[in-house]
Design a protein. Structure first.
Length: 78
């Protein structure tokens, strides 16, 4: 949670002031969750306006030479 709705925004949306607001995630990591690929080693092939292949990992990875990175996208503990 990143905070609560401010009074003016809550009124504009028809919600209560202080309604919890949660930060979103990136397209790649949330596609992984939406596809049900939540266990380490799960693979998702995505094809849309762009495309990628993702594997769920349990720690950050960085391979600059091959332009491969693993980033934290969803934390099941939160």
């Amino acid at each position: 949670m990143v905070g609560g709705l401010k009074a003016d925004t809550a009124q504009e949306l028809g919600l209560l002031e202080g309604t919890p607001v949660f930060g979103g995630g990136g397209d790649v990591s949330l596609c992984q969750v939406g596809a049900g690929c939540v266990d380490v080693g799960d693979v998702n092939f995505y094809s849309g306006t762009s495309g990628w292949v993702c594997t769920t990992v349990d720690r950050m990875h960085l391979d600059i030479e091959n332009l491969v990175a693993g980033v934290v996208g969803a934390d099941p503990e939160i």
